[in-house]
Write a protein that binds this ligand. Structure first.
Ligand SMILES: C[S@@+](CC[C@H](N)C(=O)[O-])C[C@H]1O[C@@H](n2cnc3c(N)ncnc32)[C@H](O)[C@@H]1O
Length: 238
């Protein structure tokens, strides 16, 4: 199968998008360019983390990629004693990169599959744009595990691409997102190639689907804290 161009120096194949190979050094720049309100969502997560990160807290970032965001959170709370951070990613190259460039003393980066990882009791679980890559069969079990391992009063902050509630708005949002990417510096060829490479790999739920996952797990206090076109950020408090 022939290679298709996704971004400057990033290539893939149809239905074969992967976070491995040599993506890690280019990843932070690629995602910032690809996801609307990416930096704003990170800002929001840091602001909200002030309500949940305390002395002796444990914090998780599931699907941490290069670890650059977890490092920002750790730096923000550096005055709090005995806080421990875990960055989890299934891709070895991401964790190798995170350990090299974003390691600080209270962060541990683990090359693990969230499906198999036993979580410790924690106060704040973060996951940016990762659930959408987890097999649908396993997604409920993953949210159940996150809920079960949060301390009472702890929170799950996560961001996802979301499908629309009906076909008409789904078409509209797809077109508007393509336009957003074009205005953000991608060529039409790169936009189409990324869509092709993500086929069968990226599988988002709708807003309703995500809310139902959270409710079935036991979360009661659930808010959408940001939404733009087909991207949504949720805060679910235990
Ligand atoms: C879109 S990226 C996440 C971006 C990152 N959180 C950020 O905000 O920049 C999705 C990440 O989830 C990881 N991932 C996918 N499936 C996973 C799994 N089962 N367990 C752990 N990590 C997983 C991928 O390797 C990838 O690095």
């Amino acid at each position: 199968m022939s290679k298709i161009k996704i971004d400057k120096n990033i290539f893939s194949k149809k239905a074969s998008w992967s976070f491995g190979k040599n993506i890690a050094p280019k990843f932070d720049n690629h995602i910032k360019k690809s996801v609307p309100m990416y930096k704003d969502s990170q800002w929001l997560c840091k602001e909200l983390s002030d309500y949940f990160v305390k002395e002796n807290s444990i914090i998780y970032d599931i699907g941490c990629s290069t670890g650059s965001f977890l490092k920002q959170i750790a730096i923000r709370h550096k005055a709090k004693k005995n806080v421990k951070y875990y960055g989890i990613d299934i891709v070895k190259q991401m964790i190798t990169y995170a350990k090299k460039y974003n390691k600080i003393k209270n962060i541990e980066f683990l090359n693990k599959d969230i499906k198999k990882l036993k979580l410790k009791k924690n106060d704040f679980t973060i996951s940016f744009y990762t659930l959408q890559f987890i097999n649908q069969n396993y997604r409920q079990a993953m949210i159940n595990k996150i809920y079960k391992n949060l301390n009472w009063g702890g929170a799950f902050f996560f961001a996802e691409k979301v499908r629309s509630y009906d076909a008409r708005t789904q078409d509209m949002m797809n077109e508007i997102y393509k336009e957003w990417k074009y205005n953000n510096g991608f060529s039409n060829e790169e936009i189409n190639s990324k869509t092709k490479s993500l086929k069968g790999v990226l599988d988002p739920f709708s807003t309703k689907g995500n809310l139902e996952l959270l409710k079935r797990a036991g979360f009661k206090d659930i808010s959408t804290v940001a939404k733009f076109v087909c991207f949504e950020v949720f805060l679910a408090i235990k």
